[in-house]
Design a protein around this ligand. Structure first.
Ligand code: F6P
Length: 506
């Protein structure tokens, strides 16, 4: 089997009949077949894909494509620590951080976690005096995961208040500085490469702020989280406060490594360990469950079906839980930086659509803003809903009942639609959605949700033959910005030159 055979199979799938969701639900066994409850360390989670157009015929075709593309072999290579990031000559060993993977990589991750734990616990026990806040400075994969986890899991309080700063716009760091007392604050500088302009500039400004506010040894308050420990030491961080992670952990997959330091600082080590355990449970499911029962593979199959067969250019994610409001941001990097590619892993052109555009928001807010287009617009947009049965607050139960009622109502309305003689008031229906319903939101559940999306993204990449672990597309803009910063603001197109001139730059 080969990629060219996969093309033929895609064409066959495209030619298949397309029964409506209503027709598909005539099968009495549909709900049981496409809604799976996993008993996970953080509590049960329902993965309901029944309101998508997956059917046994569609799945058969996708299974055939998965065989042609050697999905199982690619998954084993991922977990086995092979150098599947071929363009950078690296493995992608985020699962080893959760205890699943090549033995030596798992051992290395455990040793680095032990070191991180010692530092976290020393800080909690007062080795650096009273520490009330942590300013976590990083960007992209070095910030989005910590920001999501902190926002989701510390609403009832944290051992240390964490402020995540990513943007180079000084407004971001200034807001964090205003919320912190330099005397009781530590700084985490999170950067895989330890060269990223935004992070290094923000870190320098944070140190100046400490110095100007009477902290005699600001470097003594810095912890570095990086795969380039030598650069952190060179920059001025004492080796004892450099928490390394392996080069084989990709930036957008790094929350499980020392990039998770702020999460452990906020939750305590037990909480961070639960987070890893939740993710490991999904790793095991992804590896062990049959294709037919595999919620990760099923989700990726539906994603591929809509993008490749139904021509959907976007997919939307709505968290019906305020605590998960940063999840769409996190998923945007995970999915679009991983699979937003125009070539296959071997460098030849991708002749099919690449990753859909991931977007979304929080329910119910989004219902009053963007759902009009989902229900009646001309685009077909597969939607994921995420909700949690146990509320994250102590207010009247009515809040949560209304929240969940709305979540389920939207999925039902998208599917059923509503006929009307008045075109403006008619809803076409037959619009797909999937629902992930968690019993509780805790570190283990969040870990599981993130790992589920990591593997879902990986399956899509493998089915298309993309390398999801590089991101060369971000380099050109960075290089041009550097050129402008160093005074090279000439030789551009007239528009860019005029903008630079207007801003007095370059
Ligand atoms: O520019 C994109 C990127 O390389 C992301 O892939 C990465 O997560 C982010 O920048 C930050 O990189 P670093 O952790 O090396 O500072």
């Amino acid at each position: 089997m080969s990629a060219s055979q996969a093309q033929t199979l895609w064409a066959e799938l495209e030619a298949q009949p397309r029964p409506s969701l209503e027709t598909l639900f005539e099968d009495a066994g549909r709900l049981e077949r496409y809604s799976t409850t996993l008993e996970l360390p953080g509590g049960p989670v329902i993965f309901d894909w029944s309101k998508t157009h997956l059917s046994s015929q569609v799945e058969q075709a996708l299974v055939a494509i998965s065989k042609a593309m050697d999905l199982a072999g690619r998954r084993d290579a991922l977990i086995g620590g092979e150098k599947i990031n071929n363009t950078e000559g690296r493995a992608a060993e985020h699962t080893a951080q959760r205890g699943i993977g090549k033995e030596t990589s798992v051992e290395e991750a455990e040793a680095l976690h032990a070191r991180m734990r010692m530092l976290v616990e020393a800080i909690h026990e007062g080795a650096f005096g009273e520490i009330k806040s942590l300013i976590h400075i990083g960007i992209g994969g070095s910030a989005l995961g910590p920001a999501l986890a902190i926002d989701a899991l510390t609403r009832d309080g944290a051992k240390v208040a964490v402020h995540v700063v990513s943007n180079i716009d000084g407004c971001a760091l200034e807001a964090a500085m205003k919320a912190c007392d330099p005397e009781t604050t530590m700084i985490a500088v999170a950067s895989k490469t330890f060269t990223t302009t935004e992070t290094m500039t923000n870190a320098q400004s944070a140190l100046s702020w400490m110095r100007e506010n009477g902290v005699s040894d600001p470097y003594g308050r810095v912890v570095a989280l990086t795969a380039s420990p030598e650069k952190a030491v060179e920059w001025g961080v004492d080796e004892t406060r450099v928490l390394p992670f392996s080069e084989s952990v990709g930036g957008r997959y790094s929350l499980w490594s020392s990039i998770g330091f702020p999460v452990a600082m906020a939750l305590g080590w037990e909480g961070f360990a639960e987070f890893l355990d939740g993710a490991a449970a999904i790793d095991r499911h992804f590896i062990d469950a049959d294709l037919a029962e595999n919620v990760v593979v099923r989700a990726a199959f539906a994603d591929l079906y809509y993008t490749q067969v139904r021509g959907c250019e976007t997919r939307a994610v709505f968290a019906y839980d305020e605590r998960l409001k940063l999840l769409p941001d996190y998923l945007q990097q995970l999915e679009m930086e991983s699979n937003g590619k125009r070539v296959l892993a071997d460098g030849t052109p991708l002749t099919r659509a690449s990753a859909p555009i991931t977007w979304g928001g929080v329910g119910t807010d989004a219902q009053h803003a963007v759902f009009q287009l989902l229900h009646q617009g001309t685009h077909l947009i597969p939607v994921d809903f995420l909700a949690v049965i146990t509320p994250g607050h102590d207010l009247d139960g009515a809040h949560h009942e209304i929240l969940l009622s709305n979540c389920f109502a939207q999925g039902a309305a998208l599917m059923a639609g509503k006929a009307s003689d008045d075109g403006a008031r008619a809803y076409p229906g037959d619009r797909p959605s999937a629902t992930i319903l968690c019993e509780d939101l805790n570190p283990a559940t969040l870990g599981a949700l993130i790992a589920f999306h990591e593997h879902r993204t990986f399956v899509s990449s493998a089915m298309l033959g993309i390398n999801p672990f590089d991101q060369f597309g971000v380099e050109l803009g960075k290089a041009i910005a550097k050129q402008i910063e160093s005074g090279g603001g000439k030789g551009f197109d007239p528009s860019t030159e005029a903008l630079l001139k207007a801003a007095g730059i370059g």
